[in-house]
Design a protein around this ligand. Structure first.
Ligand code: CTP
Ligand code: MG
Length: 241
């Protein structure tokens, strides 16, 4: 093929944050029902028929821990475990730059353990057609824009507001171009890099349960979601369900 695509689908899990809002812990390795948070995303990517290989990006002092976890849990699709950068953008970009082929790239936050194979499939189908597809959920609260002095500036029409989630799915060549050609100061999600190129980003229905675990209260919510899906605490190391 001439466009650099080779029919492979690669998942990138960004798990290299420093978890400041969680109290400065390595969020990816916080336990949920007795398993490291990032293990849930790894397991779903392992189960997804769409994904050929997985790149895991973690803090520099967690590469050994992550390697042991992947061996113990037999996450056989994991092809690389590398250290991230100062920002999420840098962490994802380091992985994206090391990919030279691939059909599609799926970028996912390690802090979203409630991802499902259905979300991946939906994203892959839409990205194959459109180039860039992200899951969104309607804003629940009325959102206010607030000035530095604390006063409300404006209340945007809620029916047009959505929260973006991951997995975000892109044609590989497009995502590489977005990382190469946009300012490194742009540190929002990957979709925003495509937007910055003036190219369309399509949306599909996200999952309200697919929250980003950000503060300690989110751990309880994520555990409740996982329990509802039938997960229980492991009774021996490496046990999945
Ligand atoms: N992330 C990353 N590299 C960074 C920063 C963030 O890979 N330098 C990842 C996080 O590990 C997480 C995802 O991006 O899976 C979303 O980021 P966020 O929820 O903000 O996590 P943290 O940056 O760890 O948390 P905080 O902002 O509270 O420090
Ligand atoms: Mg962060």
């Amino acid at each position: 093929m001439t466009d650099g695509s080779d029919g492979r689908v690669i998942g990138i899990i960004a798990a290299a944050g420093s978890g400041e809002r969680m109290g400065g812990v390595q969020k990816a390795f916080q336990l949920l029902l007795g398993r490291e948070m990032v293990a849930y995303s790894l397991q779903v990517m392992e189960e997804s028929e769409e994904i050929d290989s997985v790149m895991l990006v973690v803090p520099s002092d967690a590469v050994d821990t992550a390697t042991r976890l992947c061996l113990e849990m037999r996450f056989n699709k994991v092809g690389s475990i590398s250290k991230g950068g100062r920002t999420r953008r840098e962490s994802v970009e380091s992985a994206v730059r090391s990919i030279d082929g691939s059909d599609l790239i799926i970028v996912h936050d390690g802090a979203r353990p409630c991802i499902t194979t259905e979300l991946i499939t939906r994203g892959v189908e839409m990205a194959r057609e459109t180039g860039a597809a992200i899951p969104v959920v309607p804003a629940q609260d009325t959102i206010k824009e607030i000035a530095p002095d604390g006063k409300v500036v404006t209340t945007p029409d809620r029916s047009r507001l959505f929260a973006a989630q991951t997995p975000q799915v892109f044609q590989g060549a497009l995502l590489r171009r977005a990382h190469y050609e946009t300012s490194p100061d742009l540190v929002l999600d990957d979709a925003s890099l495509i937007e910055a190129l003036g190219l369309p980003v399509h949306t599909f229905e996200g999952d309200p349960a697919n929250i980003k675990v950000t503060t300690p209260i989110d751990l309880a919510f994520a555990e409740a979601v996982l329990r509802q899906r039938g997960m229980t605490e492991p009774t021996y190391p490496g046990q999945w369900a």
